[in-house]
Ligand binder design. Structure first.
Ligand code: ADP
Ligand code: RBF
Ligand code: MG
Length: 163
């Protein structure tokens, strides 16, 4: 995928409210405008990368882009699970994401258990892959050094790291 690594940031909005959090896999959803601005060569599927909440620390993350075939969504969504335990919800806060690599296409599963198992495997794969030097260096990118305004609902995206 030519557009990887791909950098974007945007405010965290309410998602489908399916209780992903209760499954231990909360996902921070992005607004439609962020979804619509994805380059065409970023296909739907599961990705790994780095995420930073407001001006905080940089954490590993996994994300899903697409229609959640298990739930047969009609709206394309982008949702990131940050591999970190936060003390509180962060709706309305700014999440900056560097998408580093692709894991797999989205799948429709026959049970919720299978979906959860697949996501846990994605998390393990992301943890391993992100320790490779080529991905670790993304943490040092200027994209994560710039101070983010947490009061304005800024939406930025692109392949260039100096957004
Ligand atoms: P929704 O359907 O509104 O997206 P979720 O059950 O997916 O609800 O929970 C997502 C929310 O949980 C995020 O918007 C964020 O505020 C919070 N959250 C807490 N910890 C995390 C995490 N590690 N990764 C992503 N979101 C988290
Ligand atoms: N939804 C699907 O329908 N099929 C998938 O293969 C799928 N994979 C996912 C992988 C990751 C890493 C994440 C964070 C989400 C994935 N989802 C998938 C979205 C999932 O259905 C959504 O987060 C639910 O709200 C979880 O309960
Ligand atoms: Mg969510």
């Amino acid at each position: 995928m030519r557009s990887l690594p791909y950098f974007f940031r945007g405010p965290v909005v309410r998602g489908f409210g399916r209780g992903s959090k209760d499954l231990g896999i909360p996902t921070a959803n992005f607004p439609e405008s962020v979804v619509d601005s994805l380059p065409t060569d970023i296909s739907t599927g599961i990705y790994y990368g780095w995420a930073r909440l407001d001006n905080g620390d940089i954490h590993k993350m996994v994300m899903s882009i697409g229609w959640n075939p298990y739930y047969k969504n009609t709206k394309k969504s982008m949702e990131a699970h940050v591999i970190h335990t936060f003390k509180e919800d962060f709706y309305g806060h700014i999440l900056s994401v560097a998408m580093a690599g692709y894991i797999r296409p989205e799948r429709g599963f026959t049970s919720l258990d299978e979906l959860i198992t697949a996501i846990h495997n994605d998390i393990e794969e992301a943890k391993k892959k992100l320790d490779l030097p080529e991905h670790l260096k993304l943490k040092e990118d200027n994209f994560f050094k710039t101070s983010v305004s947490t009061t304005s609902n800024q939406i930025l995206n692109g392949q260039h790291s100096l957004l």
